[in-house]
Design a protein around this ligand. Sequence first.
Ligand code: 5GP
Length: 201
Amino acid sequence: MANVIIISAPSGAGKTSLVKDLLSKVDNIQVSISHTTRLPRPGEVDGIDYYFVDSVKFNEKDAHGDFLESADVFGNQYGTSISKVQNLLDSGIDVILEIDWQGAEQVMKKINTKSIFIIPPSIKSLEERLNSRAQDSDEVIKKRMNQAKSEISHYENYDYLIVNDDFDKASLELQSIIHSLRLETAIQKEQQKNILNELIG
Ligand code: 5GP
């Protein structure tokens, strides 16, 4: 039985780097690749970072019930494909959904999941991180700063809260959550059935 783990954060909290680090250190875990109508940023690759689609295709998939959740974020549409998540779960792979609070709310209502919210240590560091990315225009950065507070205001709906001040510490905290989820009795009952059978028949 594999886990679905939601990870949300305001843009610039370091979520993407933390998740990348997690994937390099923990086995049997993958990120679900979302569909989006947003245009690719420099260096982003279709099928790796996102499935980049136009709004006609997106709405078609949405109407067809292909999405576990979907939301409008910063004027673009984003959605998580049910079939891709299911395929990973069927292979026993834990699935990370890097989605916003709106999508998180939908998923929490539909399926059993654990959720993690990541925040930066201060508004100043958020501002610095958004500026240093230099991939978005000033207008987009300003818009995202304004959105950050409203995104963060939803932190209480999540099971875990990580402050990304020291990257290595935050990364260890993220790994610890995944490891502890895998030790839950409902999961271990299945994983350790041979041992349990031998011990108590
Ligand atoms: P970006 O365009 O910077 O990659 O992502 C912008 C926001 O959209 C982030 O908060 C990210 O978590 C969110 N996002 C990415 N994929 C999805 C998705 O499939 N569903 C939802 N609801 N949000 C998503």
